[in-house]
Design a protein around this ligand. Structure first.
Ligand SMILES: [Cu+2]
Length: 173
């Protein structure tokens, strides 16, 4: 899965590079025929623009709920330090219990990383940024047992895709 994503990313980068090379190669030719664009075309473009913005706003609002992507915890959450770096996660504890309030203290030793927890169905249940000079606190109360994965959500260099660590969540006693 990760290798496939990496291959697709590389292919995308290659296409963008090709587009840039094409544009640079052809930028010497000048086209003076700008008058041909009619008022009608501008009208269509305006409505197209408004439609695209409206769809974008509706889609954004509709997909943001529930927001933020974090569960509230009790008064005394267990604090677990989560340090990141190129290219690893170092969690003080990689185990948790269903229903136990946890607060991850997320930091980084180098560049920005994205700390995202995926449940066993590969859905994000909580996420925050790891930012140089900051400790970001993320409240999580796991609702289901099983293997949860932490993945990096912010492209941070060559081996970004390999920043994965497991959190084993066990059933409450
Ligand atoms: Cu990353």
């Amino acid at each position: 899965m990760q290798t496939t994503v990496l291959s697709i990313s590389l292919l995308g980068m290659l296409l963008v590079t090709a587009a840039f090379v094409f544009a640079i190669r052809n930028s010497k030719q000048r086209n003076d025929d700008y008058g041909a664009v009619s008022a009608k075309a501008y009208g269509i473009r305006r409505w197209w623009m408004i439609t695209v913005c409206a769809v974008g706003i509706v889609a954004t609002v509709a997909t943001l709920t529930p927001f933020p992507l974090t569960a509230s915890t009790g008064d005394n959450p267990r604090i677990i330090k989560a340090v990141s770096g190129q290219w690893y996660w170092q969690l003080e504890d990689t185990t948790a219990t269903v229903g136990e309030p946890i607060q991850y203290h997320v930091s980084t030793v180098d560049v920005n990383h994205g700390f995202a927890i995926y449940n066993p169905n590969d859905r994000i249940i909580a996420q925050t940024q790891a930012m140089p000079g900051y400790i970001n606190k993320l409240n999580v109360t796991f609702t289901e047992p099983g293997k949860h994965l932490v993945r990096c959500l912010e492209y941070c260099g060559l081996a970004h895709h390999s920043m994965i660590v497991e959190i084993q969540v066990s059933e409450a006693n």
